[in-house]
Write a protein that binds this ligand. Structure first.
Ligand code: TXA
Ligand code: MG
Length: 320
């Protein structure tokens, strides 16, 4: 399928002129630029206020292009790419010489994925270069899952947000690195551990800053609302700790009846983890816009996408 629209043509011409465009993906919106334009890549770091030690993900239009980005493809990487691309999985592999070191923060590996969004796939197919795209939010803030989230963050700094609607998976891709040709999860994400293990067998997870110097972006505090955010397994007693405060509550499927709650969002009344993940960041954006004193979030069930959501929520709620 190929979509040819005025918007995509405009995005192409901006990107060819070394400008940035916010692009839709199935996970979150990305802030995209030509990987070979130093000007564009510097602008990405400046616009996001992202430190240069934190490398970017390269977006390509098909598995076939992987050979042009990386130097080696371990057997299990090839199997994963063929199984899950286009999709919410990023592979970290030894980089090709032609990949600029500003993209990889000087590392000899590069992160790469084929996103699963028809608009961005068409865009990538029509461009003659891949796109570097971190999530389109200022460093440490909540990632954007709707065009208006990006516009609120970067009103004047961005020439275009390419509208692809709501991001259906709603949290970032799962990042997989390789040690001795064996896959290791560097970041939990929109592809569940269970789905990956069904293809390559038991896989270890190294997503804590302390245990993985190879994944420089795994900061303890990240994805954070401006409002104080607390993660708990016991909403009722947490509410009692904040008398006379304007309280927002975010839960998986439970409704708490209490006049102490100002606003409550239930992620999935049907207890569907996929639905909950797709609404997680949007709900945090909404609660963060209400001038609450505190956002109290209930821990998600700790399996499947719930595990990835808990990872994000722990970082959102992290206190130095
Ligand atoms: O779903 C996604 O992955 C979104 C969409 C836009 O594709 N992108 C995204 O990018 O989440 P960003 O920049 O917000 O997160 C990229 C993560 C960072 O934690 C970074 O440290 C890690 O990928 N990363 C990039 N290159 C790496 C490398 N060579 N080795 C280890 N980690 C790497
Ligand atoms: Mg990000």
């Amino acid at each position: 399928m190929s979509i040819i629209s005025k918007d995509i043509q405009k995005a192409i011409s901006l990107l060819e002129n070394e400008e940035l465009v916010a692009i839709p993906t199935e996970t979150v919106y990305g802030l995209a630029g030509n990987i070979f334009s130093e000007k564009a890549i510097k602008r990405i770091f400046e616009t996001k206020k992202r430190p240069f030690f934190n490398p970017l993900i390269v977006h390509i239009s098909s598995v076939d292009e992987l050979e042009t980005i990386v130097a080696e493809i371990p057997e299990k990487a090839r199997i994963l790419a063929n199984t899950f691309w286009p999709g919410s999985m990023t592979l970290v592999l030894k980089k090709n010489k032609n990949i600029p070191s500003i993209i990889t923060a000087g590392k000899d590996t590069v992160a790469v994925r084929v996103p699963n969004h028809p608009v961005t796939l068409s865009l990538l197919e029509q461009l003659s270069f891949p796109l570097a795209a971190p999530s389109a939010n200022p460093f440490n803030n909540i990632s954007p899952t709707k065009p208006e989230h990006v516009e609120n963050y970067f009103k004047d700094e961005l020439k275009m947000v390419l509208d692809g609607g709501f991001c259906k998976n709603g949290i970032e891709s799962t990042i997989i690195g390789f040690e001795d040709n064996e896959p290791i999860i560097y970041r939990l994400g929109a592809l569940s551990v269970e789905d990956i293990e069904a293809v390559v067998g038991k896989i270890s997870i190294k997503n804590k800053k302390e245990e993985n110097p190879d994944a420089p972006g795994m900061l303890n505090k990240h994805y954070s609302p401006k409002t104080q955010t607390i993660l708990t397994t016991d909403i009722t007693s947490e509410i009692e700790k904040h008398p006379n405060k304007k309280i927002g509550v975010l839960t998986f499927n439970t409704f708490y009846r209490s006049d102490k709650i100002d606003t409550q969002i239930i992620l999935s009344e049907e207890k569907n983890l996929q639905e909950a993940a797709s609404k997680l960041y949007d709900s945090l954006h909404q609660l963060d816009s209400l001038n609450l004193d505190v956002i109290i979030v209930e821990e998600m069930p700790n399996f499947g996408l719930g595990k990835s959501m808990n990872d994000r929520l722990q970082r959102a709620a992290f206190k130095d």
